[in-house]
Ligand binder design. Structure first.
Ligand SMILES: Nc1nc2c(ncn2[C@@H]2O[C@H](COP(=O)(O)OP(=O)(O)OP(=O)(O)O)[C@@H](O)[C@H]2O)c(=O)[nH]1
Ligand SMILES: [Mg+2]
Length: 335
């Protein structure tokens, strides 16, 4: 496999080769490209840029829900369903190492092995920590690389506990919120943010007692919510361990996409997602340029010390730094 060199011209060539390979079905090339993006390597932007023409067609489905609610099991079922429909599937699981279920990474490895013979399915787990860029953007970028390898359905699994997860699923075309009966967390107590983003509700583990109650609570909440135009998120019951309800979920997703398409909402969602990503990309690029030209780690530290000691005004400092950066680029004509 091509090594991705650090000289700019060599890098472009190597990246082109890498993307050609991953498009040709080379799984190792795909893994390598994803790692470059995940690690924010110097070649990451070139990789994404080379992948970009091959993206925008796949359907992105985000699944979120409490730790252990059965998301991975459900995603596997959905993937198998789509494979049977001749769709190709990419799965991106964000932070599967929840402290609640522990050792899920191992589970995901086993999962990958059980599918490894199928070239139409690719699974990637990613950790949530240590990203320079925003987690949501990085996840979306990784999904793009997976899509460029020719996948038509992208399933993005994330543990629904905080703003990061909300941001991730916002970048999907359709968002599925997975609830379960009997965990003691009534629908009302689940974060409003998570409920607002649901295009479809799944009550998984419907083999357990209390599925009726969860469904009733969702409906009651919806009747208060006043959905306004169009799509009212349906409630689909599933038993992911047996596969019950998988077809109903796939059908609900199809209906949702249809409805969004007809109402122009899919375009709207994708535009909104790009708006968030563009802001993030600009932010990252600015910080990187600033660090490269104006602000090494040592300088940053000495500014921080001066600000903490009230010897320097941070607002003037930042203003000056950014202006300086812009002037610098204006001088050499590179902006
Ligand atoms: N009874 C029952 N158990 C289920 C069902 N779906 C999943 N499980 C079990 O619930 C446990 C957690 O399932 P996972 O699919 O790993 O859940 P998850 O939401 O991906 O977990 P995290 O990624 O760690 O948040 C496993 O032991 C599954 O076998 C279901 O419909 N009914
Ligand atoms: Mg999981």
């Amino acid at each position: 496999m091509a090594t991705v060199t650090t000289t700019p011209s060599g890098r472009w060539e190597a990246v082109e080769h890498l993307v050609t390979s991953l498009r040709g079905g080379d799984v190792r090339a795909l893994a390598r490209a994803i790692s470059l993006v995940e690690n924010d390597a110097p070649a990451a932007a070139a990789v994404l840029s080379a992948c970009f023409p091959y993206t925008g067609q796949a359907l992105r489905i985000g699944l979120t829900g409490a730790p252990g609610s059965g998301k991975s099991t459900l995603v596997d079922r959905l993937a198998a369903y789509y494979r049977a429909e001749q769709e190709t599937v990419g799965i991106v699981a964000v932070d599967p190492t929840s402290p609640f279920t522990g050792g899920a990474i191992l589970g995901d490895r086993i999962r990958m092995q059980s599918h490894h013979a199928d070239p139409g399915l690719y699974i990637r787990s990613m950790a949530t920590r240590g990203f320079l860029g925003g987690l949501a953007s990085t996840t979306a970028d990784i999904a793009s690389v997976v899509e460029a390898s020719g996948k038509t359905r992208l399933l993005i699994e994330t543990v629904g506990v905080g703003q990061d997860e909300v941001d991730i699923v916002r970048l999907a075309d359709v968002t599925v919120v997975v609830l379960v009966p009997g965990l003691g967390d009534d629908v009302q107590s689940i974060k409003a943010g998570i409920l607002e983003i649901a295009d479809i509700f799944v009550v998984n583990k419907s083999d357990r007692e209390g599925a009726d109650r969860v469904e009733r609570e969702i409906r009651a909440m919806q009747s208060l919510g006043g959905h306004g135009k169009g799509w009212v998120p349906p409630v689909v019951r599933t038993v992911a361990t047996t596969g019950e309800g998988t077809a109903a979920l796939a059908e609900a997703i199809d209906r949702c996409v249809d409805s969004f398409r007809k109402a122009g909402k899919l375009e709207e969602k994708r535009t909104a997602a790009w708006q968030a990503r563009l802001v993030e990309m600009i932010r990252q690029k600015l910080v990187r340029e600033l660090v490269r030209h104006r602000l090494g780690r040592a300088e940053l530290e000495s500014h921080a010390r001066a600000v903490a000691a009230r010897q320097e005004d941070p607002y003037r400092l930042v203003d000056g730094l950014v202006r300086g950066l812009l002037d610098l680029h204006r001088d050499d004509g590179s902006v």
